[in-house]
Design a protein around this ligand. Structure first.
Ligand code: 4AD
Ligand code: MG
Length: 477
């Protein structure tokens, strides 16, 4: 007897065949109808249990969450809502799920509740849909780069450098925390640590990706990154996945073109390959929005919003123009921003980014040419001496989704910057070597994978688009 996934049975419909399928019980109605799901699709397969003498002990075990193997004949369905169903002739219980204690019951659970049951939440429709979309997006990202002449580069996860210079790193150490060795100054002596120096989990693979781009031409990283920033928001994780393409001979314009094309391609892929999950997520979102006041509801349903991004040009605006718009904006004049904008040089907060995207331009925006002193040390200084060739892609509902730049390729300018910031040149000797040997214009950016999944699935909290979110005070599982 052939074993099929639920998805195969629903799409191939081998009516008349005797088939076998495994899965978990979603619901069991009238002691007769099992809705079975195995994760292969958002849709359940109806199995009709119609035995003459259904064993009572077996019947008791068919409850929500139980794992079953069902064999029987696939027939056209009599009921509404499904095309085929199985007339079960045999049921094997892999494992029961005690209804008294199994937490995922066939009713609406809050996302907060499910976060505490993160090991079981993937059995809900919402999380299985999100995780299938996440998987498809990861595949789409690799396909995009592989088709466009990029090489996948694995940047190290343990690193001795702070790529973003923000000092928000998780230390990696094997020293005895209670009794670490000390040097003459009484400081912890990392010379005696595993690597003979202080090391951390990486915040970004960019610096190493730059070295590879200056040999392979076009590379990308796609891996976990770690930030010990104490940001308890719906857009921050302490462990998140980042995609970082880095390209030799690309200037900022080429970098922006790539970012836009890349993002559109991922969303197009999801629209083309995840339509059933998107339809489900769209319906979920509409239900959720019903409980919100009219003015907080979004103008577009999920699928329409994704299509809008795919079909329209992103608006490119310089930081200086953006500041003018913000300075003269209604919320700024009415003192509605938590951080008022009164002069050039202010760092943009997510409230400003969202105003520009959601209220002013009403489309994705790429801001470029930021003030040097609010951006990282490696960005290329413009002729004006005060702005750098930075770019951020801002998305509705999300804010910053991509951060990137053209890199400073001039040795002296970079050395000057490093010394101004008080960074020891010795720590970046290898990075500076790139500027000594065959330096060239180059650029890259980082896309926050979870923020992208958030946008594609419409999930409001970043903790609901990664299997096991890591955030301050939370590393369960
Ligand atoms: O803007 P960021 O900090 O840029 C970099 O790390 C550069 N080295 C990238 C590069 O040029 N190669 O981070 C890039 C993106 C952000 O735009 C955001 O989408 C995401 O990473 N991100 C986070 N996502 C989740 N949780 C956090 N704590 C994040 N911090 C950044
Ligand atoms: Mg950034």
């Amino acid at each position: 007897m052939k074993s099929y996934s639920v998805k195969e049975l629903l799409s191939k419909q081998p009516v008349g065949d005797t088939v076998e399928v495994n899965g978990w019980v979603k619901t069991f109605r009238s002691n007769r109808f099992v809705a079975l799901n195995d994760g292969s699709t958002i849709n359940n397969l109806q199995c009709v249990v119609d035995f003459e003498n259904l064993d009572d002990a077996l019947l008791k075990q068919i409850t929500t969450g139980a794992a079953l193997k069902i064999s029987g004949t696939l027939v056209e369905s009599q009921g509404r809502g499904q095309s085929v169903e199985i007339l079960a002739s045999k049921i094997f219980v892999h494992g029961a799920a005690d209804p008294e204690t199994y937490p995922i019951q066939p009713k609406k659970h809050s996302l907060e509740f499910l976060r505490e049951k993160a090991h079981l939440r993937v059995r809900t429709n919402t999380f299985s849909a999100v995780m299938r979309v996440r998987s498809a997006m990861a595949f789409a990202i690799h396909s995009y780069f592989q088709q466009n002449g990029f090489y996948y580069m694995h940047a190290p996860i343990i690193t001795g450098s702070d790529a973003e210079g923000a000092g928000e790193m998780f230390r990696v150490s094997v020293l005895d925390a209670k009794n670490p060795p000390l040097d003459e100054k009484g400081e912890v002596d990392y010379g005696q640590d595993f690597f003979g120096k202080e090391t951390n989990l990486t915040v970004s693979g960019q610096l190493e990706a730059e070295t590879y781009a200056m040999g392979l031409g076009k590379v990308y990283t796609f891996g976990p990154t770690f930030r010990a920033e104490n940001s308890n928001t719906s857009r921050h994780l302490a462990e998140f996945w980042m995609i970082e393409p880095e390209m030799a001979f690309y200037d900022l314009d080429a970098n922006m073109d790539l970012a836009e094309d890349f993002i559109k391609w991922i969303l197009k892929y999801v629209l083309d390959h995840c339509s059933e999950d998107l339809e489900f997520l769209e319906k979920r979102l509409l239900d959720e929005e019903k409980s919100k006041p009219q003015n907080e509801r979004s103008d577009m349903a999920l699928i329409e919003k994704l299509k809008f991004v795919v079909d329209n040009n992103f608006k490119r605006v310089s930081y200086t123009e953006a500041i003018d718009i913000l300075k003269n904006s209604k919320p700024n004049k009415k003192k509605k921003f938590q951080f008022p904008i009164d002069e050039w040089g202010a760092d943009l907060q997510s409230e400003h980014e969202r105003f520009l995207v959601e209220k002013h331009f009403k489309c994705p925006v790429i801001l470029f040419d930021y003030p040097a002193n609010i951006k990282a040390f490696y960005m290329r200084l413009n002729e004006d001496g005060k702005t750098v060739r930075a770019m951020d892609v801002l998305f509705p509902g999300i804010g910053e989704i991509v951060g990137g730049s053209q890199r400073e390729e001039r040795l002296e300018v970079l050395q000057q910057k490093i010394s101004e910031l008080g960074i020891d040149e010795k720590e970046l000797w290898w990075y500076l070597d790139l500027r000594r040997f065959g330096t060239a214009v180059h650029s890259g950016f980082g896309l926050g994978f979870e923020r992208m999944v958030q946008f594609a699935t419409g999930m409001g909290n970043i903790r609901d688009v990664i299997p096991y979110p890591r955030s301050p005070q939370n590393a369960e599982f």
